[in-house]
Design a binder for this molecule. Structure first.
Ligand SMILES: Cc1cc2nc3c(=O)[nH]c(=O)nc-3n(C[C@H](O)[C@H](O)[C@H](O)COP(=O)(O)O)c2cc1C
Length: 142
């Protein structure tokens, strides 16, 4: 399988998550066509990929008002009709319904979003591995 990864990150956690997910998938013999920022997506990498992974971070008042940062940029991603996608967000306390908003935004670009996972910023290693395992398993089951 070939995956393109798109990341929005302010302080680096989500970018790190993208790198860790890439490493986990490579161990499963996937290739990574690109790891690029949401604001300047690598078009060729997306076109070449079977699966597009989109990550951002949770913004809000920690207990209320949580939302995925840069949702407008997710809605402005290139058209991804025919691509499978999955979403992830990093957070500190509570991700709220961020994954639902991300799923809607990425689906609006035509991708088939098969799932998502919120990754705690203090548990990135374990949560990125979990994301990769779930992704590989759910695609194997199709
Ligand atoms: C202004 C601001 C607001 C935040 N609001 C929330 C929040 O409401 N809930 C939460 O769980 N984390 C919140 N966080 C924590 C970030 O989601 C977390 O640190 C994330 O990993 C940052 O990703 P990044 O390093 O890729 O920018 C907030 C961080 C910032 C800077």
């Amino acid at each position: 399988m070939k995956a393109a990864i798109l990341v929005e990150s302010l302080t680096g956690n989500t970018w790190k998550a993208g790198e860790k997910i890439a490493a986990n998938l490579q161990q499963e013999h996937w290739s990574i066509t690109s790891l690029s920022p949401v604001k300047s997506p690598d078009f060729a990498g997306i076109q070449d990929a079977d699966v597009v992974l989109v990550g951002t971070w949770v913004h809000g008042l920690f207990v209320v008002g949580q939302a995925p940062w840069a949702i407008d940029k997710l809605r402005a991603l290139p058209a991804m009709a025919g691509k499978t996608a999955a979403v992830f967000c990093t957070f500190a306390l509570n991700p709220g319904k961020s994954l639902d908003g991300m799923t809607r935004a990425v689906s609006s670009r035509g991708a088939d979003v098969i799932g998502g996972l919120a990754l705690h910023r203090a548990k990135l290693d374990a949560h990125c591995e979990e994301f990769a395992v779930r992704l590989v398993d759910s695609l194997a089951a199709r």
